[in-house]
Design a protein around this ligand. Sequence first.
Ligand SMILES: C[S@@+](CC[C@H](N)C(=O)[O-])C[C@H]1O[C@@H](n2cnc3c(N)ncnc32)[C@H](O)[C@@H]1O
Length: 332
Amino acid sequence: MSDTDTRNDTAAGTTDRPDPAPHPVASADEVEAAWRDPKLANVLYHDWEAQTYDDKWSISFDDRCIAYARDRFVAAAGAAGWPYARSLEVGCGTGFFSLNLRQAGILDEVHVTDLSPGMVEAAKENARRLGFEVSGRVADAERLPYEDDTFDVVVGHAVIHHIPDVELAFREMLRVLRPGGRFVICGEPTRYGDLVARKLSQATWWAATRATQLAPLRDRWARTREELDESSRAAALEAVVDLHTFDPDTLARTAERAGAVTVRTVTEELTAAWFGWPVRTFEHAVNPERLGWGWASFAYRGWLRLSALDRLVKRVVPDELYYNVSITGVRG
Ligand SMILES: C[S@@+](CC[C@H](N)C(=O)[O-])C[C@H]1O[C@@H](n2cnc3c(N)ncnc32)[C@H](O)[C@@H]1O
């Protein structure tokens, strides 16, 4: 273990308590209880996914994902004030957002937190591979184990739609921010965008899993029955952990009720999401060995071109139809 792992960072205002260990294999009783407890479901689901999460979501720490993280941050919060000296990420997963923001020069000192111990371990491991110093804590975003006025920026990506009390999470982010500090939460699903993406994904799954059972395709293109069953189980748990979709204006009001000022939301990805979600679903539905570099290049270039188109039509398409909403605000 490096001193990063064991650091009990009183300078960063952490409150002391030992972190629980990752728990990648859940018992039947725990799974049963998780149907009624979204936080337990989040821990079980994300601990289970932690070791395969980067592959599943094509997460990397190279130019592609550095640019993606930087562009989401800039779209929401602009490019002033970099680097933020001390940052906290809530719901860090494997570190996709803050490790790439650190590489982009937006963040300096990085502290990562997640409800899932397996995810915190995975994020620290990714940081270690990149040669960074990060401190990681297992923490519920509704109850952050840090003292008031600790951070210059709090970031998050694809996390608040999992949190039961979003207003309480904003209150916590504001509490641990210094006066004038900023939170930047990106990549949350909008209500309409999510609805369309789910329908397209369901149709793609239905068509791809049936087509690959046809005799001429089965041997080379079909996933095994075990893999398809595992995907179905994951999809069922996803329904428990995905708690919210957002209307951008309502989300802004929630942050203001929590005490944030100069709140702003921005939406992104319209046709890019209509393309990207079926592409991703197709990748999960068929034998991955059949999809090589050519497919990956098609998927990424297609997404880039459609994202550019989506920015062009932004003036005429209502914000709430876009798939992703990001929100930023300041502690007054
Ligand atoms: C969809 S993943 C996103 C992970 C990462 N931010 C990314 O973009 O790759 C959501 C993460 O939020 C975490 N999470 C869910 N509920 C949480 C809570 N109440 N407090 C903190 N983290 C939470 C999950 O464990 C999971 O790692």
